[in-house]
Design a protein around this ligand. Sequence first.
Ligand code: 4AD
Ligand code: MG
Length: 458
Amino acid sequence: MKHTDIRELFTSPEKFVDTKVTVCGWVRTARDSKTVAFAEINDGTSFRNIQLVFDKTGMGEDEIRDVMNVGVSVKAEGMFVSSERNGFEIEVTSIKVLGTCPADYPLQKKRHTQEFLRTIPHLRVRTRYFEALFIVRDRLAFAIHSYFHSHGYRYVHAPIITGSDCEGAGEMFRVTTQPWNAEYKTEEEYYGDDFFGKKAGLTVSAQLEGEMAAMGLGRIYTFGPTFRAEHSNTTRHAAEFWQIEPEVCFADINDIIEVAEDFIKYIIKDVLDNCSEELRFFDQWVEKGLIEKLTNVIRSDFAKVDYSDAVKILSECGREFKFPVEWGCDLQTEHEKYLTDEYFKKPVFVVNYPADIKSFYMKQNPDGKTVAATDLLVPGIGEIIGCSEREADLEKLTAAMIKRNMPLDSYRDYLDTRKYGSVPHSGFGLGFERAIMYITGVQNIRDTLLFPRTVGSL
Ligand code: 4AD
Ligand code: MG
């Protein structure tokens, strides 16, 4: 269908002004009066709508009436002219309704609650809020690829179906083709008869495969969906989310912290530069001061605090927490919030966590109690990155796995990386949706995904 993208009209108006153009789109708002009618349409290429102006003396009443319904899709032809009020508009000479939109279209009103919009994920993408959100999401994905590509990383694609539980937290969704009523004497027998001949699940992290790839390619990153059957019904947990996981050989924990900070600043700057209109929208409607917050983040250094010092800060701050703080405990959302929102007031790396609350693969510090791991916490959200230097020593790694009762046999290939030419290496995982929440100010992870999957909701 020959037509011009609305985006093009706004980015190079000089090419089109005072000429005839054809545009397509959905009517977002419409206003009728005695002699003129107006309809703003959007085609998804531009966050800005273009206004169509109808001179009612020159056009059929019926034709115009059909266009006055919000949600109708149209093809319009007319003069693209500059207008004092709107910058530019189209004086319509001919209009065609492509698809009518009856009055039960749920997006009639201008503003709806997020709760309501979550009940119609298939339609909510037609609202300004979700249009802005998905424009930023798209741009962020692009910025992530461009960061790694300009820094010599190879993009690798790890399998989604896997036999190993990277985080060891038992949150894997099972993948099976077994009939539900199969009767077997042992688990082994049951899984042995399954599609892969063994127990399989959806990946919770691409890290282990990423580490193996890095051992040949030097610096890699993955960017794909990950799945966790966590029963956390919170605003920050999804059962299906996207993770960005770089893995860097010949890098220790301090090197990877530098990468993480540089990377986060780069993607924020990219969105500030390329999605200014969308960010202004979020600044106005979602988080006041958002743009200033992001600008400050790229201009200043992130904070860094030892886990032990963080525990001290929390236990001496005089605050009553629901979960008491003591050395060895995992930091809860309330603790993370205090550290980021009130104490540091900016992103902070908490480093050197107790080994017992972290995963098996993390490098064991000489103190025998902590590991070279860090979480990046940000104001308003809490953890967005989980990061560590990996234990490169075969014996120490094996000991950590035995301590956790892990089946060494299932991890033979992974252990080979430590057996054959092991090197110091480090990596991290950024939760894509959590990054989007931080950058847009959106408070619920369900509003960052096209079709969110959370516990009890598919
Ligand atoms: O801290 P996590 O569990 O770390 C890993 O998976 C490591 N293997 C990463 C690595 O070193 N390659 O998860 C990483 C990040 C978290 O910081 C969080 O942002 C996000 O993934 N995340 C979730 N996001 C949404 N919903 C969930 N259920 C999430 N679980 C983790
Ligand atoms: Mg984590």
